[in-house]
Design a protein around this ligand. Sequence first.
Ligand SMILES: [Zn+2]
Ligand SMILES: [Zn+2]
Length: 182
Amino acid sequence: MPSKPVKKKKCRICKAEFTPFQSTAVVCSVKCAISLAESKRTKEFRRETKLLKEKIKTKAAWAKEAQAAFNRFIRLRDYAEPCISCGRYHQGQYHAGHYKSVGATPELRFDEANCHKQCAPCNNHLSGNIANYRPRLVDKVGQAEVDRIEGFQKLNRYTIDDLKEIKATYNKKARELEKQNE
Ligand SMILES: [Zn+2]
Ligand SMILES: [Zn+2]
């Protein structure tokens, strides 16, 4: 029985025309087959790396969003108050300044007693102006709260669900304060 004329194909790697020895062949030669396998492995590796990065990025992104919501709430809560560190009421930008920094004490990053309205100069240029922050913090939240903040913190790892919940909670609290301030 005469065999059907084999349709020529274009090699997926070198783009040369070739006559496949089997219908599923996509490359012209052993050399191109090796290249194809390598590029598949590379693609798979890139895909896995991307997925892993997205997983990490997602949690970091949620933490960032939850922190932004919390910080916005702090600025609104302390709307009528001066800078916690220098006590000045002045024009310009205000931040939510952590007494125990997020980097040093992540367990207190969403602790309302640990974060207060702070002017940009104190927050950015004086590393939080902590020496002057402390006495005003004692006046505002009380010695017992400052002792708690300065004391041992239980390790607390936030899950993505925790962060989603924190974000939603503080967005809601911030909206309520905005309504009150209107
Ligand atoms: Zn080829
Ligand atoms: Zn200040």
